[in-house]
Design a protein around this ligand. Sequence first.
Ligand code: ADP
Length: 504
Amino acid sequence: MSIKHIVEAGRWVLIASGLAGIVALYHHFPRANNTTVSLTLLLLVLVFAGSWGLRYAIGASLAAALLFDCYFLPPVGTLTIGDTQNWIALFAFLGTALYASHLASRIREESHEADSRRLESEMLYRLGRQLLQPENVAQLLNFIPSSVANAFNSPAVTLYLADGDRIYLSDPKRISSPNVAWKPDDTPDTPSPELTRAEMVRDLREAMLHPVTNSTADGFPAVIPLRVGVRPTGVVLLETTSLSRETMEALSGLVSMSIERAEALEDSARSKAAKETERLRTALLDSVTHELRTPLTSIKASITSLLSQQALDAPARKDLLTVIDEESDRLNHLIEQAVEMAQLDANKVQLDLKPQSIAGLIYIAIEQSRSAQPSRDFRVSLSSFLPNVLADKAWIEKVLVNLLGNAMKYSPQDQPIFVSADPQKEMLSISVADRGTGIDPLEEGMIFDKFYRGPSQRNQVSGTGMGLAICRAIVNAHGGTIGVTSQLNHGSVFTFTLPIARPN
Ligand code: ADP
């Protein structure tokens, strides 16, 4: 005997004892009239209808009518009824009991239905949020079966996509098929994986064309076809979960949409990457050709003059040699930057992190930069208490030299350059400010990209567009951030942060 049968028998016993109890009570309590008895019996029938459903209520109503007739309607003690009035009373009792039972059990069913709809909506909502998490299509497709299985408490979910005949399982050991009923003690092993897969694909392809079906009661999985527009794209099989048609349709829409969304995101990321590669290629070509050609042209011209004009006086020769010297430095700088950029890109830089005094690094960088413009006014303002930073001396010097170099390039020579440093919680923030051309707000997000050069500077000031990209890579490798605030024609403030070194 199964648990279901035991529960059923128990309920009938309770119904019988309830009715017998009421009859016994009123039988030995003769002051209660027949109306009181019938109402009490009716109340009990309603309780059964509301708790266990119509089947039990009908049984209870019939039994109550018989007991009422036998024990309370004259002649008492027999199943016959003497007077017409009592016949009417008996049928009124039976009719009321049956109709009220029907209403009570309908309310019960509707409330169950509403509860399960609410639960299903909550599950769908949760699932919808989960399906937004994976970042690419492959991750999402592997994630769908297990998250659908979790959301709907299903032991096995199979996702089939027609494109490439791909099958994804929530439980790798349990494969569902639309045409195979599953029994709890089934073992999922199959005689020939090749054959099974071919058969499964055939069945799944067929199932994908049908509307949603839910026959989990017979052990078959719920079949939920996926569609994009009207085009069938795949199917989801859900074992031993009974879902409403509306929920299955919503689930189908949710899964199809999440796959479409992930594919669209991946496409857009791919085309963005392709565009970026193209931009970098063009920018690199522009930058390298321009930046290599300009110094090379000057060097070549100077050497040609030196070779062809033997009668040049000493000052003229010195001028030409100075040009060659400066332009070679420029070429050297360009190649150095390109090498640094490549190293940082390939994560080949080993930082030698040690506690460093930022004041020391600032003064060294200023000294290096001053050689280009000896008369430049650098104003340094440092907090009275400046903790050491955890940094690689050589790389942070490069950042400072780059920022100071830009400030010198993009602001008039007679304007000062301000350098400051302040501790902020766990980080130290260092700023380099100038009173120069400033940066268009639209460009502020782009100037840290590789090879980006401001359109107004591109042809007027020499540069490669690599300086700030290198600065950002170095600062990020230290765990800091770099940014700019600027006002066109008023100047810019570049600020970067470095972690403060903790005392041991
Ligand atoms: P480069 O200076 O070689 O062009 P950077 O990467 O150092 O390359 O700078 C990128 C762009 O950012 C510059 O072309 C310029 O438009 C802008 N920029 C950088 N620093 C400043 C500054 N201090 N003032 C105004 N614009 C700046």
